[in-house]
Ligand binder design. Structure first.
Ligand code: ADP
Ligand code: GLC
Length: 486
């Protein structure tokens, strides 16, 4: 097997900058790919936290005028990650969330910021740093979407390109007037170019011009080809269905390992599930919940956005209380949902606990201490929290969409799905259907033997990157081979 070089391009990477699962994937996949002889370097923006994480970085390039200011390309490593960093103080030297201002608005120049990132990826793709000329440029989400377009319009020999959609809801649309500032040629503003309903769409550009398109689960790959799930891009995705595939995400099983996790009260394996009771009690104590071992404790770790369907869980507060369950929710996002959850917690102290914010350590404790993890998403490209739940013996209760449908086996479908039951699924995504799933879970909870079986099945499910990374490795080799034949 010859070794391959991949330039991954993304706007966030765990453990340095993370707002969601994209960072987890981009941070874990390179290490898993090494087993398949694939060397990945990841190009990320030089946010303050990135610059701080690479104190020994080496300057590989500099340009005095690049999208409005002087920039440098830095190279360095952080833990297992080999990074290339676009150090562009005028675009990225801003603390906090990478996408929004301190008062919560999108940065007005995000188009230019991520055009610059994509442009640098294209330059590297064309040999700008002779020590690393990639065979494949792998763009993640809209922020990297222009990279395949720049490579296309450069009209020079180029590496193969892969575009991965982590979430079709975020498309990166900017006014037509920005075409010149983005350095795109006039002819690119066309239906088979970057044009999208009169605007410039970064994600569309990536979908149009990449050699292969992937998304993060087989079911989501099908859903996005429909008018309903395609969010305006269904037609293009149908047109390109021959090059579109779904590859499930894994999780980093060294970060998510109940046997070694430093953030939980007591570590455990599948043969020591009684230890989970201590984690449950610690969680209850920490969040002010009644210390009752018998109440089914539901956990949620999530962004609070329309996608995640947490409004329908809120509608189920009467079910939760009526059936004697408890709820521990950690999340942040939509101010209205935050307020409504806080009000529910206030009105039901001891039964419902809500922590608004982002807290990795608490996320681990919830996975270790909650009995079940609820993910009622309206759509979910893959979802990672249900994978963490499987690994920690928390039973996932999920809606039957996207990657949730692909990674959880319902008690009812266990015989036909060719695997052992690991959780509960519901559909359609309504409060009533969720109520039914909660009710089914609560009945099983009171049959401790059956519950243990579900936990064991979940904990022996392979949620690691190992096999899933092999799919990316095969895809890279395949797309390169296909281009050689052309
Ligand atoms: P998405 O990327 O759509 O937000 P995923 O399930 O793919 O959803 O990934 C979410 C990631 O972010 C998981 O690693 C999860 O543990 C983490 N996460 C989400 N919300 C929080 C929070 N409030 N505090 C800590 N971690 C969180
Ligand atoms: C997106 C999706 C989520 C997926 C993650 C990583 O944020 O919302 O479902 O797991 O990307 O691919």
């Amino acid at each position: 097997m010859t070794s391959l070089r991949v330039l991954a391009v993304a706007s966030e990477i765990y453990p340095i900058v993370k707002t969601g699962g994209l960072a987890d994937v981009v941070g874990a996949l390179p290490t898993a790919l090494r087993a398949y002889d694939i060397e990945t370097r990841t190009l990320v923006p030089g946010y303050p936290d990135v610059i701080k994480a690479l104190p020994e970085a080496e300057e590989l390039l500099h340009a005095p005028h690049f999208f409005g200011g002087p920039v440098r390309l830095l190279g360095g490593s952080h833990g297992n990650l080999d990074l290339l960093v676009l150090d562009a103080p005028h675009l990225f030297a801003r603390p906090g969330n990478p996408y929004v201002t301190p008062d919560g608005k999108d940065w007005p120049d995000s188009g230019v910021r991520f055009a610059a990132l994509s442009r640098m990826a294209a330059e590297i793709g064309q040999g700008a740093i002779p020590s690393f000329v990639p065979d494949v440029v792998h763009a993640h989400d809209w922020q990297a979407g222009l990279a395949p377009a720049y490579l296309h319009y450069a009209n020079r020999p180029r590496p193969a390109t892969v575009m991965t959609v982590h979430n079709l809801a975020y498309q990166g649309q900017f006014p037509y007037e920005m075409l010149d500032a983005f350095g795109l040629p006039p002819e690119s503003f066309a239906i088979h170019g970057v044009e999208y309903y009169g605007t410039i769409s970064f994600l569309k550009a990536g979908l149009q011009f990449s050699d292969r398109i992937t998304t993060v689960s087989p079911t989501y790959a099908r859903e996005i080809q429909t008018d309903e799930g395609g969010m305006g891009l269904g037609g293009l995705l149908r047109e390109r269905s021959q090059v579109l595939s779904g590859i499930l995400n894994g999780i980093d099983i060294s970060v998510w390992n109940p046997e070694t996790d430093p953030d939980i009260a007591i570590r455990f394996s599948a043969t020591e599930l009684e230890s989970r009771a201590t984690n449950k009690l610690t969680l209850q104590h920490r969040l002010g919940l009644d210390p009752s071992p018998n109440a089914l404790l539901l956990g949620v770790v999530s962004r609070l956005s329309w996608q995640k369907g947490l409004d329908i869980l809120l509608e189920n507060v009467p079910t939760i209380l009526g059936e004697g369950m408890q709820l521990a929710l950690l999340g942040s996002g939509d101010p209205d949902l935050q307020d409504r959850y806080q009000a529910a917690a206030k009105a039901n102290a001891g039964r419902i606990a809500v922590v608004i914010g982002y807290d990795e350590a608490l996320a681990h404790l919830i996975q270790a201490g909650a009995d079940a993890l609820v993910v009622p998403s309206r759509f979910e490209p893959c979802g990672l929290t249900q994978l963490c739940a499987l690994r920690y013996g928390a039973i996932p209760i999920v809606s039957q969409v996207g990657g949730l449908a692909d990674t959880v086996i319902d008690v009812k479908e266990a015989d036909t799905a060719g695997g052992a039951a690991t959780g509960f699924k519901f559909g359609p995504v309504t409060a009533e259907a969720l109520a039914d799933a909660l009710h089914r879970a609560n009945i099983l909870w009171h049959d401790q033997q059956a519950w243990r079986r579900l936990q064991h099945n979940g904990m022996s499910t392979d949620v690691s990157w190992r096999n899933r990374a092999s799919r990316y490795a095969a895809l890279y080799r395949d797309v390169i081979a296909g281009r050689r034949k052309q």
